[in-house]
Design a binder for this molecule. Structure first.
Ligand SMILES: [Zn+2]
Length: 694
């Protein structure tokens, strides 16, 4: 269904089934007021013929975020080499339409021409049922008969009037093994009152996740994310003197050549409202991402998977070794075997190594399938060793990025011949080796490339290598082989964006660097991202529950050890812990995450909770890391104060019945017997059938 209207007032109220109640109104005063019953977004076409943001309203809390009267803003903000188009530029209204969009959403399309006639602007404003989030995107068409260059695009162009206020910003690091080391540290920063910017540098290989949250003294808050894998310079700043709160997110080094009649798509972004602390900011982001943006989970009842990955043996692998480990993995209850780096002739030559795998990989994949598991394969799509056929035959396909990934160099993904070759290579690998899952690894995925003999613009490397390169290849392959699942890994979680979530079912966070590091990464990454986007590689043998539970909370749990070297006791423990993980994974995946302590660190107790409001049930993984006391008083969050709960533990045999208020305010004592030890705490409604832990 498509509803088209001229520039006359229009009200459209559409129930889309369930409780969805969209109310999209174009008033006689040329205001657009878009509501889903929770968030209301208002824009206006002014007497000066400009398009401006008016207000965002939280209809449940009454919070209002108004435009700054002296400093207009608009989600339309870009510039060519000669002119800027923003809230101050006169436009001519062309047309509008409203359309329902999946999943249970509504889109307002607005089309304007720049008054001089240079650009046509397509603005899409989207609301979704039961999400306090506005998603939007801007597309630009060059109406002149000469080419132009887009030199600036702001994906987060918002100015609010907030007199006499004070704001904190939360940003979260990505992962980096290069100094300065980064491991998803959340950074809670008081915005200076003098309009100095606090930056969020996001995209492949950058410092931070592509997300920010701000909140004031009364816990009124905004969340924002942008759907772009390339480098971005985002920021937030506040000026107390005139109450101006400004957000922005600029595509770095943008230099987009747009032919006459050609178009440029500014990557979409979203802004949402919350009232509460950073856990609430994370929860609102995660629910929206999971419902609207993220690649669907493949099997609701068994995702995130428990996985074995061969990297514990490094590249010293072969068919019989993988088969023997697969036997053990299946006995332990694992659901997938991934053959990591080392299976192919070299990086960039994605044919099986004939010495290690004389029968190819298909019989091995068959065997893994016959054990009831999926078969995954490591693929560094953007890398090629200098002695690989592709690099020898086409040295001109390499990007100008100066690094090496195990000695390999980067392929330029936005060079058309590279794309054509890669798409057919990836499809061949999937078909020939019966691959269910691609562990996509490499150095960072958006390369710099300034070669002048490539099909992309040498001066537009950042946008081009992200959108025309990586995204175009993923799009093409996933269209051809939709059942294959992709895992995002680039030597660790270094491309944590809201575009990434559209193509991958999970992402690595911390790359195999130990128990404490694993917990630290999950702690930080579960502010912006759903818990399933935090997979963890466990390189240690599972010799105690401090180790296993340091990897237990979050997305796919990936054993990266030598299964054959496990002792009988370790095998028994692993089988038990895997059973436990399977029992709690749906709760971790679908729940609100509460960070009950400070970030994990030696000398602390750390605890992370998943609470499902619909089931009124919580699970907590709590870990003692070197503190002297063997007791910890654990205070929960999210529970109903008036309800009565049964509290039980994975290891401790005690059972408590406590009120929500007691659990929230006084806490429940948890026994953590060893200096490094861990416990799992289950909180269920007390009237549920009595159940002892396994
Ligand atoms: Zn290139």
């Amino acid at each position: 269904m498509k509803v088209v209207a001229a520039l006359t007032w229009l009200t459209l109220t559409l129930p889309i089934g369930g409780n969805a109640q969209f109310h999209f109104q174009h008033t006689p005063e040329n205001h657009w007021v878009l509501s889903n019953g929770w968030i209301e977004a208002e824009f206006q076409f002014t007497h000066q013929q400009t398009f401006e943001f008016v207000a965002l309203r939280n209809l449940r809390t009454g919070d209002i975020w108004k435009a700054h009267p002296a400093l207009a803003s608009s989600p339309v903000r870009f510039a060519s080499e000669s002119e800027a188009v923003d809230a101050y530029i006169p436009l001519r209204f062309v047309q509008e339409s409203i359309e329902p969009i999946p999943p249970r959403g509504m889109r307002q399309n607005l089309v304007f021409d720049e008054k001089g006639g240079g650009f046509r602007i397509f603005l899409a404003l989207e609301l979704y049922d039961n999400e306090p989030v506005l998603r939007y995107s801007v597309r630009i068409r060059n109406l002149l008969d000469q080419p132009r260059r887009i030199r600036m695009a702001d994906m987060l162009s918002w100015n609010f009037e907030e007199p006499g206020n004070e704001f904190r910003l939360l940003r979260v690091n990505q992962w980096s093994v290069l100094p300065p080391l980064r491991n998803f540290e959340p950074q809670d920063i008081l915005l200076p009152s003098d309009f100095r910017r606090e930056f969020v540098y996001s995209g492949a290989g950058a410092a931070h996740c592509a997300w920010l949250a701000v909140r004031d003294r009364r816990d009124r808050g905004l969340i924002a994310g942008w759907e772009f894998d390339g480098r971005t310079e985002a920021s937030a700043r506040y000026r107390a003197s005139d109450g101006r709160l400004q957000l922005s997110a600029f595509i770095e080094s943008l230099n987009r050549y747009v032919t006459p009649g050609g178009e440029f798509q500014v990557p979409p972004a979203f802004i949402g409202l919350f009232r509460g602390n950073w856990d609430e900011a994370g929860f609102r982001t995660q629910r929206f991402v999971e419902r609207v943006l993220a690649k669907r989970v493949p099997e609701e009842h068994k995702f995130p998977y428990v996985v074995w990955d061969s990297w514990g043996y490094q590249t010293d692998i072969n068919e019989s070794l993988i088969r023997r480990n697969a036997d053990i993995a299946a006995r332990l209850g694992m659901e997938m075997v991934i053959v990591d780096l080392g299976w192919s002739r070299t990086i960039g030559d994605w044919r099986h190594d004939p010495v290690k795998f004389p029968n190819g990989l298909a019989p091995l994949a068959d065997y893994v399938h016959s054990l009831g598991m999926k078969f995954g394969l490591h693929l560094a799509i953007a890398e090629a060793a200098l002695d690989s056929p592709v690099a020898r035959e086409h040295p001109e396909w390499l990007s100008t990025e100066p690094y090496s990934y195990f000695g390999a160099k980067g392929l330029c993904l936005s060079h058309k011949p590279v794309q054509q070759w890669l798409i057919q290579e990836i499809v061949r690998v999937i078909d020939e080796y019966q691959v269910d899952w691609i562990l996509q690894d490499g150095e960072h995925l958006v390369k710099r490339c300034t070669r002048r003999d490539h099909t992309h613009d040498p001066d537009d490397s950042n946008y081009s290598n992200a959108v025309d390169g990586l995204n175009a290849i993923l799009e093409a392959v996933q269209k051809l082989r939709p059942a294959v699942l992709w895992e995002n890994c680039a030597n660790g979680g270094s491309m944590m964006t809201f575009n990434m979530v559209k193509y991958y079912v999970t992402s690595i966070t911390n790359d195999a660097s130990g128990a404490l590091g694993s917990r630290q990464a999950v702690f930080g990454a579960t502010f912006p991202f759903p818990a399933r986007y935090t997979d963890r590689y466990m390189p240690e043998q599972p010799s105690n529950t401090y180790i296993t539970r340091s990897y237990m909370f979050g997305g796919p749990w990936i054993f990266m050890n030598k299964l054959e070297a496990m002792s009988p006791a370790e095998l028994a423990l692993a089988a038990n812990e895997i059973r436990t993980y399977k029992a709690i994974r749906p709760l971790m995946r679908d729940s609100k995450i509460f960070h009950l302590t400070d970030a994990p660190l030696e000398g602390r107790v750390d605890a992370i909770e998943a609470y499902s409001p619909s089931r009124d049930t919580a699970v907590v993984v709590i870990t003692r890391d070197g503190v002297p006391s063997n007791h910890h008083l654990l205070r929960l969050e999210g529970l109903n104060p008036e309800s009565s709960y049964r509290v039980r533990f994975q290891d401790d045999r005690r059972i408590y019945v406590m009120t929500g208020r007691q659990l929230l305010e006084d806490g429940v004592p948890v026994v953590l017997p060893a200096p490094q030890s861990s416990e799992i705490v289950y909180i269920e409604p007390a009237d549920l059938a009595f159940a002892l832990p396994d």
